[in-house]
Design a protein around this ligand. Sequence first.
Ligand code: 6R9
Length: 656
Amino acid sequence: MRLPGRCTLKYVAASLGRRGVFASRLNVLRRNSWNAAEFMPEAAGFEGVSGRDELQEYSVSNSESFWAAVAHQRLSWIRPFRTVQDCDLSRGRIKWFEGGKLNVSGESSVFDCVFCRELLEMTCRVGNLLRRHGVTKGDCVTIYMPTCPLAVVSMLACARIGAVHNVVFAGFSAEALAERIRDAESSTVITVNQGLRGGKVTELKKTVDTAVQSCPTVRQVFVATRTDNPFGFLQLVNRKSNFVLQEMLKEDVVCEPAAMDSEDILFLLYTSGSTGKPKGLVHTHAGYLLYAALTHKYVFSYQDGDVFGCVADIGWITGHSYTVYGPLVNGGTTVLFESTPVYPDPGRYWDMVERLKINQFYGAPTAIRLLIKYGDQWVKKYDRSTLKTLGSVGEPINTEAWEWYHRVVGDGRCPVVDTWWQTETGGICIAPKPSDPDAAIVPGMAMRPFFGIKPVLVDTEGKVLTSNNTSGALCMAQPWPGMARSIHNNHQRFLETYCQPYPGFFFTGDGAFRSEDGYYQITGRLDDVINVSGHRIGTAEIEDCSLVAESAVIGYSHNIKGQGVYAFVVLKKGVEVQEADLVKQLSNIVSEKIAKYASPDFIQIVKRLPKTRSGKIMRRVLRKVVECDLEGLGDLSTLDDPAAVQEILEGHEKLL
Ligand code: 6R9
């Protein structure tokens, strides 16, 4: 029997049938009786606030009083905060709840549940292990593991001892991993001997071995055994290598949680930007945890005792906020999904919903689009009556996918929430819920800002667009506790990317449309970032990989992945290769340097790229060629050499 208010980890291992269940009660939030409240019990003290819209209005115009009340009531403070906020967006200064101290993995008030105890004990053991091996407050620990209990335990162990975790998606290559370890100046890496995903074995330990060769800051690597395959220790001069699982078991089950300042760093998470180098976004303890917990509770109507099924990998922000921190801070039950939606068959998600009695399911449109192709029978085979809310994240959800999700998966009775947010925002910023109970949801629209969020649309001149039925650059007009504080070791880049494009606002990099009714619809990135199966990748990162003279990478519309990668390349002079060989070679290079998902779907070899007279590649022209929109090619008079376009068009036709 599941008891309300216990944190439980339900682990769906890659190999079917192997399932562990772990749980813990995390101590940040005080339990509250949410059930009867239509909106937020915390809002009870706000004068004149009775409905959803009034609360929204109150939360942005009385931001200090709103966040103070929520933080006081919802977080357990070791020491209460002195100030609510000290923010200046124009200077990239963002501080919340200063003077406060807390620890997310603080000792539990309720440990009568065996699974809660198991998770806490493991967290303490790993915490002690790390401490004994010299990891101290503020040190960075890189976690290169698939979504599994030990990965979550490692994250929580870092939080417990005040170390900063840096989870790197286990699909990233050795080179991409090394770049992130070096940038984070990580002293310690935690990995598994091998990963298992969708029936395939991935050699994670070997990848780490390769990566750490070029990472002088790494003192030690801890390895957990995920498969029975034996592995050897890598010998590095003056460095250690340890075996986490065995060593951990020698440790004490009591590990004193460090009292963390609100603004101490909880984690770094690398994401792609429009230049080649990935950026390590910085998230801090109090504000992030509060925001993850609050959005988890209200966007998904999460109730005590519900089982939350977020299938995102912990290597992405969605896994951090809605597989790990949001549900656990809310004392809830969370599911760890380590596999793929089609292994061993396309019923995998719904089989899991039936077996684990999942109440909220949160996934990506790319998976939905893939599953549609296999037919409704894979869904209908399983009992989905426990489902209450369906969530979508990571990329725009097209109407067909939205409707199938709603009609087939949710039997037409579960609200579908299209949630817009980013690694930078820490948690969901725009979503159809919470809403008044009878308010309709518009398919494919993220719709409403969350409490405390004030979106604005800005035109190219920087003018705020006040009317509805208009599109512009999506910015946030005021800070909120969950937002990133900086880019690790590069605050200047943080300022340039987010704060300076529209002074006084936080620029998201996305464009949006605001409807006649004032609802938001995300229209896509405004920069050179593309979104492949919900994974962000900078076109410049791919371009930096190639061994060719010059390349231009663009995103094109792909019916499953959302966007695919199309690369135009110019070969070095005198290079004699078979086209097919080169295409294979380049794909391999991108897989090795970044990850498989970033590998181009199409590579077109061209003699030259269309450029302006000042030498800028005209990506707009390349996009139109790929979209086969000749009329949309527009004004080509600024082109340096108009013949380039004709050549490219001919080559493109051949490729198709
Ligand atoms: C949470 C996450 C962020 C970028 C973001 C936007 C796109 C995310 C979306 C969406 C349309 C949605 N995005 N959710 N676009 N509708 N509901 O995905 O974070 O990996 O940092 O990506 O993803 O372009 O800017 P992250």
